[in-house]
Design a protein around this ligand. Structure first.
Ligand code: ZN
Length: 208
């Protein structure tokens, strides 16, 4: 059985890629994709704890559709970007919302250990235009979004990123979160599911 615990070389994330989510945080939808990096050391897998750091008093879930790159992509067209996708995976882009605001740049807020739960890679490449991502906390639905509602489509995001940095096999692109982000508390269980494709569920813990 192949090891499903994927270890991305780099994690490129997209901010404000759903209109309703940009609005709920008081932001405009950007004219170009807004991208940032999350360190590969933040990855955890199914069942592993998300640890709330002492430095933050508000850690939030962001359920997202993740794209795993299968080919080297440098300055590619949208068509070639779509052909370079290996799989789709559930991602939780866990964020210390208070630190995101106070720091101005997002490396600390997005980069703590355990802040990137990843599900199993899809065995086949699903239709990119009909994906749904659902986030539940303690079984209660908090977020639901569709790839068809994205401001920038998956192929256009990959093509855009590939004009800045080469995407390499095994890299992960997290394509932004829909509206409904909210805080996590110790004892919660948070689940991100792309129905029929990938799912990841993680308990939330206080730091020791
Ligand atoms: Zn995000």
């Amino acid at each position: 059985m192949p090891d499903w615990r994927i270890r991305p070389g780099k994690i490129v994330c997209v901010g404000r890629n759903y209109r309703e989510h940009a609005k709920e945080l008081g932001n405009e939808v950007p004219m170009e994709p807004l991208i940032f990096l999350k360190p590969p050391s933040s990855v955890v897998w199914e069942g592993e704890a998300i640890v709330l750091p002492k430095a933050s008093s508000r850690v939030e879930h962001e359920g997202e559709i993740g794209v795993v790159v299968g080919k080297t992509l440098t300055r590619v067209s949208e068509e070639d970007a779509a052909r370079g996708i290996r799989s789709i995976v559930s991602v939780n882009d866990v964020t210390a919302r208070d630190l995101q605001k106070t720091d101005g740049q997002w490396t600390r807020a997005k980069g703590f250990d355990t802040f990137c739960p990843l599900g199993e890679e899809s065995s086949q490449l699903p239709d990119l235009d009909s994906l749904t991502v659902v986030t539940r906390v303690n079984g209660v639905e908090r977020q639901r979004g569709k790839s068809s509602e994205m401001v920038f489509s998956i192929p256009s995001l990959l093509a855009y990123i590939s004009r800045i940095m080469t995407l390499e096999p095994g890299d992960l692109v997290a394509t932004g979160t829909p509206s409904g982000v909210g805080p996590l508390a110790p004892g919660d269980v948070v689940e991100v599911e792309i129905p029929g494709v990938s799912r990841v569920s993680n308990p939330v813990q206080e730091s020791q």
